[in-house]
Design a protein around this ligand. Structure first.
Ligand code: HEC
Ligand code: HEC
Length: 365
């Protein structure tokens, strides 16, 4: 369970311990990756650099877990379902509408239009690398992508299906889906279920990883980052960003208060809405910064239009000081190195199975 339920308090304790210990020292205690064999003696800065790097980890090849029993058929099915608007009442909206893989897993909007153009109050986060987060949603109300994938389909302002049975009716009306579910869930008597739809979509999402030049750099390829990007990494750590944005996803691992030093104006109560614990007021999941240069607008409310502004506000609200424009530019240069690529076969919209006469008609009411 350990990391599953970081409350705000655990989060700030961790943060305090981190600050007291100092980044360099804490990281030095953990086992640093073995240094590549080098003929020349290491420059004096190398030990400190290594300690900073130990706060981060290269991206895994996928977020698959053996216990889930994923197979290739399930991932392929999940990819189709992710793109299929027939899982929505109006048959116009799919996961891909708000989490467009061609736009780095989001839609570029502050809030996203769902069924009949209705919008919720929060920004659509990216689905890329999301399966690796400690929990799902800005407030962490869902444990994992398997749980999460049920929600949007029956959410009245998103895909608006009446219930799981309505979804099953659509899926069972399409013979190719019936065959694909049988192959993906061979042990099940009735493979075509709402729950298996969610499991298949989640199996696909667990493959949505975007390795970048940053990962090559972490694995020892010094030339993978430009000099300004390396300097920006130094600024990022020196200013304290890595206290919250660290690890494999450069974030995504803990919940923290938004407004540690100065309140951020928002009506959103964050994690409090999921837990009703006082300590969780204004607490949000720390977003992963992978692909962050590509996923504007920013923050849970989508009100921050540029990456420069997001970094400036982090200085103000989370760290309690004004970052100089050149520090902001330096950090933004580093963040650009976190942009990665999906395997091309996962990014493309698949051909969808054909409807039949039995397939329910779109309902736009
Ligand atoms: C109408 C837009 C819309 C549609 C359609 C939609 N989502 Fe989302 N999605 C959102 C929003 C908004 C959030 C954030 C909500 C929150 O945190 O309270 C979100 C959050 C998520 C997250 C959590 C990511 C994170 O960083 O915590 C995942 C995963 C996700 N959606 C997957 C899906 C899948 C799979 C589908 C299709 C079954 C889907 N979404 C359909 C808008 C949408
Ligand atoms: C105390 C923890 C903490 C510190 C320190 C911190 N952040 Fe954040 N960061 C967060 C949280 C929490 C959010 C989510 C804000 C929200 O809910 O809208 C966030 C959001 C962001 C975002 C927007 C992400 C998105 O997807 O919308 C960026 C960019 C960012 N931080 C960069 C930085 C940088 C750069 C620094 C250092 C100058 C920094 N952060 C320091 C906790 C922190």
């Amino acid at each position: 369970m350990g990391v599953m339920l970081h409350s705000a308090r655990v989060g700030s304790l961790l943060l305090a311990a981190f600050v007291v210990a100092g980044c360099e020292k804490k990281a030095a205690q953990e086992s640093a990756p073995p240094a590549p064999a080098a003929a020349a003696p290491a420059p004096p800065a190398a030990a400190a650099d290594k300690a900073k790097l130990a706060l981060f980890k290269p991206l895994r090849a996928s977020f698959d877990e053996p216990a889930l029993g994923t197979n290739a058929a399930r991932v392929e099915l999940g990819q189709k379902l992710y793109f299929d608007p027939r899982l929505s009442k109006g048959q116009q909206i799919s996961c891909s509408s708000c989490h467009d893989l061609a736009k780095y897993g989001q839609d570029g909007e502050a809030t996203s239009p769902g069924h009949r153009g209705q919008r919720g109050g929060r920004n659509s986060p990216t689905t890329l690398n999301a399966a690796g987060h400690v929990r799902q949603f800005w407030d962490g109300r869902m444990a994992n992508v398997e749980e999460q994938a049920h929600g949007p389909v029956t959410n009245p302002i998103e895909m608006a299906m009446a219930d799981g049975a309505a979804v099953e009716k659509v899926l069972r009306s399409i013979p190719e889906y019936v065959r694909s579910f049988a192959a993906a869930f061979a042990d099940d008597k009735q493979p075509v279920t709402f729950d298996n739809m969610a499991r298949a979509i989640a199996a696909f999402e667990r493959r949505l990883v975007t390795p970048s030049r940053w990962d090559a750099f972490l694995r020892g390829d010094e030339g993978a980052l430009t000099a300004p990007e390396k300097a920006g990494f130094g600024t990022f750590v020196a200013k304290g960003c890595a206290a919250c944005h660290n690890g494999e996803l450069v974030g995504g691992g803990t919940f923290q208060k938004l407004g540690v030093k100065e309140p951020y104006p928002t009506a959103d109560l964050g994690r409090f809405e999921a837990t009703t614990q006082e300590a969780d007021r204004s607490v949000f999941k720390v977003p992963s910064l992978r692909n962050i240069a590509k996923t504007a607008p920013y923050f849970h409310d989508g009100q921050v239009k540029t990456l420069e502004e997001a970094v400036r506000l982090m200085g103000k609200h989370q760290l309690g000081f004004a970052l100089a424009p050149e520090e902001i530019a330096s950090i933004v240069a580093f963040l650009g190195a976190l942009t990665g690529d999906l395997p091309p076969e996962l990014a493309k919209a698949p051909e969808l199975p054909k409807s039949t006469k039995a397939t329910p008609k779109p309902d736009l009411h």
